[in-house]
Design a protein around this ligand. Structure first.
Ligand code: IPE
Ligand code: IPE
Ligand code: MG
Length: 253
């Protein structure tokens, strides 16, 4: 009995209390969903939810840094989100400026590098300008990589990669035999970035909505009913903690 108890306690400790920085995810991707429902619950217009969502982004960047996360990829606007009413899309397109006007100095101060994945070229001129400015200002920072998925769609990304590979084969820059998973990855927006270790989706939906289909092949998924504007340090910590308890096998044993 006296032999058994400490053993059980140790085991429990190991399974439920990994040390804070042990086995933390290097790359966390988040589908920030539920802004509209958050606003609706309060009788507010959907855009009020988007504004609140921006505030949460700022807090989560800080929390991610504190938890040793190296890359934070945030799904901000999908290629399908253009289907929304023009007034909502117009509002969302102004948010990068609103965010960066206030927080860019803080990002710089905290050594954050800002980048994007997606067809940023197709965004409104002013939105593009402010994003490019922030990218330039932070390009030499080597702290957290804050990666915004903007006008991002995974099927489009994969299709573009295939087209470019075919063009390069046609132009004799690449041979069919040389194409492997590593080469293919270099044709994606995420070239040079490790695959996400942890994917979080808020708001209770359990789908990918065209997000990182190739890159999430072996990622751990974590879903929460919390709506994005209510997501906070505690929710983030819970996700990280549960990730730390997962056993990743990659097809092995
Ligand atoms: C996520 O919140 C933000 C974007 C997709 C731009 P939603 O706007 O999708 O909020 P819900 O899902 O309608 O509540
Ligand atoms: C996914 O959320 C896109 C972003 C969070 C930017 P959506 O709200 O667009 O996804 P669906 O339509 O519910 O699948
Ligand atoms: Mg949604």
């Amino acid at each position: 009995m006296s032999m058994k108890l400490p053993f059980i306690n140790n085991k429990q400790k190991k399974e439920t209390q990994p040390s804070d920085l042990e086995n933390t995810p290097d790359h966390v991707a988040i589908i920030m969903d539920g802004n509209g429902r958050w606003a609706k619950k309060r009788g507010l217009p959907r855009i009020a939810g988007h504004r609140e969502g921006v505030r949460v982004v700022k807090d989560i960047v800080k929390t991610a840094s504190n938890h040793n996360v190296q890359i934070l990829t945030l799904y901000t606007f999908s290629t399908e989100n253009w289907k929304r009413p023009k007034s909502e899309v117009d509002f969302i397109m102004k948010l990068p400026k609103e965010f960066l006007d206030v927080y860019l100095p803080e990002l710089i101060e905290n050594n954050v590098r800002l980048d994007t994945i997606g067809e940023v070229e197709a965004l409104p001129k002013d939105t593009k300008k402010v994003i490019q400015y922030a990218k330039d200002k932070t390009k030499n920072n080597d702290g957290l990589l804050l990666n915004f998925a903007l006008n991002y769609g995974s099927r489009f990304e994969i299709m573009q990669a295939i087209k470019q590979i075919m063009t390069d084969i046609d132009g004799s820059k690449l041979s069919v035999e040389a194409v492997d998973e590593e080469i293919f990855s270099k044709y994606l927006y995420t070239q040079g970035i490790s695959d996400p270790d942890l994917l979080i989706r808020t708001s209770g939906e359990q789908r990918l909505s065209n997000f990182l289909l190739w890159q999430l092949a072996y990622t751990e998924f974590w879903f929460t009913d919390v709506l994005w504007p209510d997501f906070n340090e505690e929710t983030f910590q819970q996700a990280i903690h549960e990730y730390q308890l997962r056993k990743r096998r990659y097809g092995g044993i």
